[in-house]
Ligand binder design. Sequence first.
Ligand SMILES: N[C@@H](CCC(=O)N[C@@H](CSC=O)C(=O)NCC(=O)O)C(=O)O
Length: 287
Amino acid sequence: MENLEQVSSNKIFGGQQRVYSHESSELKCKMNFSLYLPPQAEGGDVKLPVIYYLSGLTCTEQNFITKSGFQRYAAEHGIIVIGPDTSPRGVKIDGDDESWDFGVSAGFYLDAAKEPWSKNYRMGSYLNTELYDLILKAFSNVVDPDRIGIMGHSMGGHGALVSTLRNPGQYKSVSAFAPICNPTACPWGVKAFNGYLGEDKAKWVEWDATELVKKYEGPPLTLLIDQGAADKFYIEKQLLPENLVEACRSVGVPVILNLREGYDHSYYYISSFIGEHFDFHAKILKA
Ligand SMILES: N[C@@H](CCC(=O)N[C@@H](CSC=O)C(=O)NCC(=O)O)C(=O)O
């Protein structure tokens, strides 16, 4: 396909772990994304379910594919997995590399409304429209458009939840590891939303899963939330999963919160439970 370049391809668990690059019109820069094709994709005559995985602060498309060990489970279930990058790249904006929780590698999967960020920092539209459509078109021989799920970690968990809640029906299954559940009420979220969205708090609630779930009117959905009990960011109240659970219960949206004794925020924790998340998605996407 025009504008799509294969950067690498490695055989793993019988499938292919690839990285592609393309010119993004939303972000106005060149972007990488990862794509895992399980062994069932060979031959290209079966349409398979897809899971998007959104990474957290400081990540590129590489962290998840090299550290989580997800390929074993994607191969077992026959699921294609796509991992976008976490912010625009190579776009120089004053202040974009001054901190690890804002700017480069910290796009928060939203569409910025405030200058100078609003020109390039459009990760919401990039993920849910541009990349989503590109995947459907470029891999139409193997992707089943009716069986797409999403998961993520930390900032990426926030991205998975808000993408699902803002686009009812687009993602049939959703789960998150240590997600930022209530960004309007935690230091990471307040910093990012002030920077990207400005002072108008009416704009903030449109990108906050705890607020969005209270107004959710889409197809029935169960949220799977995973949280390490020894995660320093959980202890510092950056993540606030209990706020999301309370909001879900107030409106009758089913939610599962798994609190994992002794686990932290790292990929050691994610790799311990990634198999359970694939089981959860497979049950919905392959029903
Ligand atoms: N630099 C920070 C730690 C940054 C960190 O833990 N990033 C997480 C995501 S945090 C929320 O979005 C991550 O996934 N890191 C990549 C990895 O491979 O572990 C600090 O100094 O505390």
